[in-house]
Design a binder for this molecule. Structure first.
Ligand code: ZN
Length: 137
């Protein structure tokens, strides 16, 4: 069975995208920003030389999940994301194995991707995102 999985990005909760110039200073490529209205966040992307990126997440509203996260735990690593193929099948398989999914049906995230979030209780303490690129129509 060949199954392809890659580390796609690490999501970091931050109070300010502009205030965080560290990753640029370090030498990562500034890959722009995108607002994800459904998640109430503005996202800043930084590229490394493999496919893995840094994703800075700034809440756009006080009831954003990222705002709630920072209220509880402060800024810092919020989630890690794996790029997968066949996200529906994987979500089903995990659910059947007793893994706690936050959304059982994949939903649209940034960059034309279908995403599923997995509860930290089921992963050893970190929120895990699975993401599959949807081809442009
Ligand atoms: Zn993410």
């Amino acid at each position: 069975m060949s199954f392809k999985i890659e580390l796609d990005h690490i999501g970091i909760a931050t109070p300010s995208l502009e205030g965080n110039s560290f990753f640029k200073l370090l030498g990562l490529g500034d890959a722009g920003t995108e607002e994800v209205v459904t998640e109430k966040v503005k996202v800043g992307f930084f590229d490394t030389d493999n496919s893995a990126r840094i994703e800075l997440l700034k809440p756009t509203s006080e009831d954003s999940p990222i705002a709630k996260f920072m209220d509880k735990r402060g800024p810092g690593i919020h989630h890690i994301c794996f790029r997968v193929q066949g996200i529906e099948d994987i979500a089903k398989r995990l659910k059947e194995a007793g893994v706690q999914l936050i959304n059982e049906e994949p939903r649209m995230g940034a960059h034309h991707c279908k995403v599923v979030f997995i509860h930290p209780k089921s992963t050893g303490g970190v929120l895990v995102e699975l993401s599959e690129k949807v081809s442009h129509e």
